[in-house]
Write a protein that binds this ligand. Structure first.
Ligand code: HEC
Length: 106
């Protein structure tokens, strides 16, 4: 009985580990594919202009919300227009994957 329990816990652990690493790989690939790094830097903390934000390591909730607000136009600062065009091609799912990835960067 306890053997079966251990085996199923191990299997569950493996699935969690595998899915989180797939998620991280997706995040990195999406970040590159969408060209985020061309403004925010490949490491998300070396922006090409002093006025552009360092985004690495902020909370994933905040990152996702800012991306949604930039996409919808709810956020519209002086610099937001630079990023808005990109967001038209970024889906809700991709926002979630990107926010998870960027928040995990140090
Ligand atoms: C053309 C340049 C450019 C590209 C490409 C770009 N951004 Fe941005 N991003 C900006 C600028 C500029 C701001 C600051 C906007 C403002 O001043 O309101 C910003 C803001 C942000 C913020 C909010 C940061 C904060 O501290 O509030 C996040 C998160 C973000 N970008 C993520 C991304 C992601 C993820 C991508 C790729 C899908 C991306 N950006 C692509 C220029 C860009």
């Amino acid at each position: 009985m306890s053997k079966i329990k251990n085996a199923s816990m191990l299997a569950a652990g493996l699935i969690v580990m595998m899915s989180s690493s797939v998620f991280a790989a997706d995040g990195a690939a999406t970040y590159t594919a969408k060209g985020c790094g061309s403004c925010h830097g490949a490491d998300a903390k070396t922006p090409i202009m002093p006025l552009y934000p360092k985004i690495a390591g902020q909370s994933k909730e905040y990152i996702a919300q800012q991306m949604k607000d930039i996409k919808s136009g709810a956020r519209n600062n002086g610099q937001t227009a630079a990023m808005k065009g990109i967001m038209a091609g970024v889906s809700e799912e991709e926002i979630a994957v990107l926010a998870e990835y960027i928040s995990g960067l140090k």
